[in-house]
Design a protein around this ligand. Structure first.
Ligand SMILES: [Zn+2]
Length: 146
């Protein structure tokens, strides 16, 4: 049986990866949906679905630096393991240095997305998911319009 979309409860990890508001997990955090376009860091002031403010206090976004660092470390560890398993490491050739170079390129290429992801993750540490957030706001706006 199919469930209508608004009654599904989006999971934490997919909603964070899709840069959704942590309160309702449906509204977009950022004005632009694409990470690789001009103005990619422009955030909505409030969630377009539930009205959650995206910056809950002044200079709130400083904490995203820690998340961004943790993500970079996680990707580096993952790429090291992948390289080790697929290509292998040796002290007798340059494979280790190739990995360092390619990992740097990978991190640079992912940077725009990682910056957006860090903000989404950071906000999600402070804003709890409310499964009724989306429907409540829709109900409120309907009664306000009537
Ligand atoms: Zn929301």
């Amino acid at each position: 049986m199919e469930t209508p979309k608004q009654h599904q409860h989006p999971k934490y990890i997919p909603s964070v990866l899709k840069l959704k508001c942590p309160h309702c997990r449906q509204g977009d955090m950022f004005v632009n949906r694409r990470s690789y376009s001009k103005g990619f860091m422009k955030m909505n002031d409030t969630c377009p679905v539930c009205g959650q403010p995206m910056e809950i206090e002044p200079s709130f976004c400083y904490g995203t630096g820690y998340v961004s660092y943790a993500l970079a470390v996680a990707i580096t560890v993952a790429s090291f393991i992948a390289w080790w398993v697929i290509i292998g490491m040796s002290v007798h050739d340059n494979r280790f240095f190739w990995w360092i170079g390619l990992n740097a390129v990978l991190l640079l290429a992912l940077q725009p997305y990682l910056m957006r992801l860090s903000r989404t993750v950071w906000l999600s540490f402070f804003v709890r998911y409310d499964k009724d957030a989306a429907s409540c706001n829709i109900a409120n706006s309907h009664s306000a319009a009537a």
